[in-house]
Write a protein that binds this ligand. Structure first.
Ligand code: ZN
Ligand code: FE
Ligand code: FE
Ligand code: ZN
Length: 273
């Protein structure tokens, strides 16, 4: 039987999700999941999130880490891993590195750090509040800019897992050029950086209506030998474990026979599909 994992989960602390750690854990237990990682949005620099509706406030990071640790100690039949999702912001690698280092430190520190590109320059291109900007942008340019940033993020050595790899397609925008060239470069970069990629079921709930990454990109990662994990990017307890079978089936179809789960810092447990 498949061991079901969900390695991308948010909580109410980030200001745009609902539910407590406890509620997410209870939901995962009730759905019979094998393991989860709670991965709240790590505090963005103040100027990028002045109203704190994109990421948890810096003052809450320690309380968050303690809260996940407490949940992990409370449950027996579910593996609960502490994680964070961190943004890649070009030119601000030192600030990001410092925030990640703080989150990783200490007895309750984060085991896994997801890396995400949510901003092209200062445009939060995946934010529903900034979706009109897509009408002013050239989609081909947005794709090229996104993946250029993604390549920088991968080689920055800041992140363990690259989350929702082709997030740029969220609202259904696809380039006019053949993206396979970009996909091959992305897969090569991921393989040489030694990162894990996430298969995210969040895209199934968005206008694009497909997994991140899509089948061609997932196959490119498989060919390059890049390990994969799975996440729902839950922003409400009911979304925990969302459509995991769809993700597992897509992984099988792309040629994967196993996925990885972050057992302890730097150590991955392989689970057969
Ligand atoms: Zn979020
Ligand atoms: Fe994200
Ligand atoms: Fe997320
Ligand atoms: Zn996310």
């Amino acid at each position: 039987m498949r061991k079901l994992i969900d390695c991308h989960i948010h909580t109410q602390r980030c200001g745009h999700a609902e539910g407590t750690v406890e509620e997410y854990v209870a939901e995962a237990v009730s759905k019979g999941l094998w393991g989860i990682a709670i991965t709240e949005h790590l505090a963005l620099p103040e100027d990028m999130d002045p109203e704190r509706h994109l990421s948890m406030p810096p003052s809450e990071v320690n309380a968050y880490l303690d809260e996940v640790q407490a949940a992990r100690e409370r449950v027996d039949d579910l593996r609960v891993v502490t994680g964070v999702e961190a943004d890649y912001l070009i030119g601000r690698e030192n600030e990001i590195a410092a925030a990640i280092a703080r989150a990783r430190t200490g007895a309750h520190g984060a085991t896994v750090v997801l890396g995400s590109v949510h901003f092209i320059d200062r445009w939060a291109f995946d934010n529903p509040h900034e979706v009109e900007e897509w009408e002013r942008r050239d989609v081909d340019d947005a794709w090229r800019d996104y993946f250029a940033l993604w390549m920088e993020a991968v080689s920055s050595e800041l992140f363990d897992v690259m989350a929702h790899v082709d997030l740029v397609k969220k609202f259904g925008h696809f380039p006019t050029f053949d993206a396979r060239e970009i996909y091959e470069a992305a897969a090569t970069a991921a393989a040489s950086a030694g990162v894990v990629i996430e298969v995210s079921t969040a895209g199934l709930r968005k206008p694009v209506g497909e997994l991140y990454p899509g089948p061609d990109l997932l196959s490119a990662f498989r060919l390059a030998g890049v390990p994969a994990t799975v996440g729902s990017d839950a922003h409400a307890p009911a979304e925990v474990g969302y459509a995991l079978d769809t993700a597992y089936d897509a992984l099988r179809l792309a040629g994967y026979d196993s996925i990885v789960f972050p057992e302890s810092p730097g150590h991955w447990k392989e689970l057969s599909l």
